[in-house]
Write a protein that binds this ligand. Structure first.
Ligand SMILES: [Zn+2]
Length: 355
């Protein structure tokens, strides 16, 4: 099946599909255009799997299973929620061509920078022979991507499936999901957190033609490879932040705050090693960057040699954000630093970095 062709805005060059998919709110939050209770955000992705491996080295068992299961559970419930039962039944009963599903999935991975995916085999008839096989080159994260794929098919069929996952090469991986006689063994419950809008003061400059934030044109959209890169050349994905927040929360519940501190440190080292800044960005630049990525609304920002104090309203993926601020401080002032942070129930992040 040929790849869906993305249409780019003639003025800013951003894929127009993004304007149909997401809304940038004045609160530093990105939500789905068709469901404003669900957040999205742009994050760097190359450090995700190395961070999970680091956590595993710290003695947390079965981390890859946990990550895969979180992505899987989340995607299965979102599929059931988003696609009405009668549409899912039409595909299962062959009244609707499953190519519709394949095309939607492939164009979604393209728009989100998840990697180059191809559906090799698909049979969805609501029977015991149902199965699907997918191959992905340069996936942004193996357990997150394949967990979501298994969840998507499970959401469609409304049943738990078995799967196999195999590496074809260092860059290429295949997953098959199929019906099994085994009982459902979903081990995770997912507490859905809806976005509750709080007005902010963010005004991102917009493209006059498509209405998307103009700064998105700084990203490199390599749509033929389903890859997005930022201006430092780091790979980015447009992503559901609740999956990562759930994983990190579960890790902290199992192993304490030491794990969260290690995740912040891993993000800090990754950014220091890969995106050198010559000059400190202004408060306005930081505020716009956070909002562009849907990571929250910068309310306080004070930095000098003695330290950095930040407060972000509506924070998402807050450990990654905390790591990025620690990297900003260390990159500009040199040496190691110590960070303390706190995140409230409604997502207000306070952090303090000291040399
Ligand atoms: Zn445009």
């Amino acid at each position: 099946m040929s790849k869906p062709k993305s249409v780019l805005c003639p003025e800013c060059g951003i894929p127009l599909g993004l304007a149909e998919e997401c809304l940038w709110l004045n609160s530093g939050v990105i939500v789905l255009a068709h469901d404003r209770l669900r957040r999205q955000c742009f994050i760097e992705s190359e450090n995700l799997d190395p961070t999970f491996q680091l956590v595993s080295k710290m003695g947390v068992p079965d981390i890859e299973d946990l990550v895969l299961e979180a992505a899987r559970t989340r995607r299965a419930s979102r599929t059931r929620e988003r696609i009405p039962p009668e549409v899912r039944a039409m595909i299962r009963n062959m009244l609707l061509n499953p190519d519709v599903l394949v095309e939607a999935m492939v164009s979604d991975t393209q728009l989100r920078g998840f990697g180059d995916c191809e559906v090799l085999d698909l049979l969805l008839q609501g029977g015991e022979k149902d199965h699907a096989t997918i191959r992905v080159n340069h996936t942004y994260s193996k357990p997150l991507f394949f967990g979501a794929f298994a969840g998507l098919i499970e959401g469609f069929l409304d049943r738990r499936l078995a799967f196999t996952l195999r590496d074809i090469s260092p860059e290429t991986c295949e997953m098959s999901v199929f019906v099994t006689g085994l009982a459902d063994t979903c081990s995770m419950s997912f507490e859905e957190k809806e976005y509750c809008h709080r007005d902010g003061d963010i005004e991102l400059e917009r493209c006059g033609s498509c209405g998307l934030p103009s700064a998105l044109s700084r990203l490199q959209w390599q749509l033929d490879r389903s890859i997005i890169k930022d201006s430092f050349g780091l790979r980015m994905v447009l992503f559901d932040p609740q999956v990562l927040d759930l994983i990190f929360k579960e890790l902290e519940r199992r192993s304490g705050k030491t794990i969260s501190r290690a995740i912040i440190e891993a993000q800090c080292r990754f950014l220091l090693n890969s995106s050198k800044r010559e000059l400190g960005p202004s408060r306005r630049e930081i505020s716009d960057e956070l909002a562009l990525r849907g990571l929250g609304n910068l309310r306080e920002f004070e930095m000098d040699r003695q330290g950095l104090r930040v407060s972000v309203e509506n924070a998402a993926c807050h450990l990654n954000t905390a790591g990025a601020f620690k990297a900003l401080f260390e990159g500009l002032h040199g040496g190691d630093s110590r960070i303390e942070w706190d995140i409230s129930e409604n997502g207000d992040l306070e952090l303090d970095v000291r040399p």
